[in-house]
Design a protein around this ligand. Structure first.
Ligand code: 7TS
Length: 404
């Protein structure tokens, strides 16, 4: 794969920011969109737009085919056994909240345990914290190793027969670690718990197979993988989704509505109340086609080369502190420059056309563990190159000089 050729397909990347060619290194926040996705959404609105699952007219069936066709692509893309297991959501946050709200209360009771880690994004932390508070369950954290990894021994010790839910990110948005979710799912199952995986940072960058991982729930967002904002996916094992109550009540999700009682549609529509995110799903389908045309393995390999190159280049800068492990990590680097606030780093970099993120990255408990109030983070995607990292390194050196 040739990142420079791929970059040609992303119109937004070909502009100057503050007088410099844009280097976009904030992909963990959201990725940019290729022409194929932009065109698919445009085509949908120009030729197919209609509401789904109702119109007898031609546009109604075109829109329904496009929407349900996208669901089939998603099911194949993540290795689900059926489209019944694919629920379209607004994103990872909504997917995880559906599990916590609709699976949680029936499965977790006083004295039970919910197990997570301190590296979780707030979206995979607060829903469990709130569930624990509501049900008087105990929230437990698998300790992190000094480099941020989670050891299987610690997982084995923390998950007990009282644990009902284990929830963990496949890939951390700050440390970049790839968690051993397959092995941890096996531990969870042995102790009688379900495994919930936050796939926000894994799905865009690596081949994922939910049946191979044997996770029970898996949530991800379209916007981090070349699709539009506002569309995401919750995968759940059919037997579990069937037991769960719906998340939202209203149009689309019903079978029969009486004055005092109602029944629900079958999966997956039971969880899709209201007019769904049709154009978003179409865009996600196009994004999957795009990622597959490049190859997920090629994307992973390219980004891990970039991560190694970035760790190497940045570690040569005096006074830089790099966070997270050096091995087994995805394409991102999190760091701080001595005596310069990360917001100031990001501001000076922006003046050079280099876009990175600074802040707590929605991971305040992890920031406390890192003993940092905030960090800077550069995160890569398939269109980034070693030259982009050279620009980052040069801008960081300038920043250091600027702040003396
Ligand atoms: N989980 C992880 C691991 C994430 O990185 C994010 C978003 C989410 C959940 C939430 O996804 P959403 O699409 O529902 O918002 N992470 C980031 C980030 O690192 N910078 O901006 C958003």
């Amino acid at each position: 794969m040739n990142p420079s050729v791929i970059k040609e397909q992303f119109p937004i990347l070909h502009q100057e920011i503050n007088g410099h060619p844009l280097v976009y290194l904030d992909n963990a926040a959201t990725s940019q969109k290729p022409v194929a996705v932009i065109e698919a959404v445009k085509r949908y609105y120009e030729w197919e737009n209609s509401n789904v699952h109702r119109g007898v007219h031609t546009l109604g069936s075109r829109a329904t085919d496009a929407y349900e066709g996208a669901r089939e692509k998603v099911a194949r893309f993540i290795g689900a056994s059926s489209t019944k297991e694919i629920i379209f959501t607004r994103g990872t946050t909504t997917g995880l909240n559906i599990v916590a709200s609709c699976y949680g209360p029936a499965a977790v009771h006083e004295g039970d345990e919910i197990v997570i880690t301190q590296m979780e994004h707030h979206s995979n932390l607060i829903p469990w914290q709130q569930l624990a508070l509501r049900t008087r369950a105990t929230l437990k954290y698998i300790p992190l190793q000094p480099d941020g990894n989670v050891s299987l021994e610690d997982a084995e010790k923390t998950i007990t027969d009282k644990t009902k839910i284990v929830a963990m990110s496949y890939v951390s948005n700050v440390l970049g670690v790839v968690n051993r979710v397959k092995e941890i799912a096996a531990i969870a199952h042995r102790k009688g718990a379900v495994m919930v995986v936050d796939g926000a940072q894994s799905t865009p960058h690596m081949r994922v197979n939910v049946q191979d991982l044997d996770c029970d729930f898996y949530a991800f967002s379209g916007h981090k993988m070349c699709a539009p904002t506002g569309i995401g996916v919750l995968y759940g094992k059919k037997a579990l989704l069937e037991q769960m109550e719906p998340y939202e009540f209203g149009g689309e999700m019903i079978d029969d509505v009486g004055l005092y009682e109602s029944t629900w549609k079958e999966l997956p529509w039971k969880f899709e109340g209201g007019t769904p995110i049709i154009a978003g799903a179409v865009g996600l389908g196009a994004a999957i086609d795009f990622l597959e045309s490049i190859g997920l393995d090629e994307i992973t390999a390219h980004e891990s080369k970039l991560a190694a190159y970035a760790m190497d280049r940045l570690s040569q800068i005096e006074g830089i502190k790099l966070y997270g492990p050096r091995e087994r990590k995805v394409g991102l680097v999190t760091f701080n420059l001595e005596d310069v606030h990360p917001h100031d780093v990001a501001t000076v970099l922006d003046a050079s056309g280099v876009a990175i993120r600074a802040g707590h990255h929605c991971c305040q408990p992890l920031m406390r563990w890192l003993e940092a109030s905030a960090t800077a983070r550069a995160s890569f995607y398939m269109y980034n190159t070693e030259e982009d990292i050279d620009r980052l390194a040069a801008a960081l050196i300038q920043t250091k000089e600027y702040f003396g």
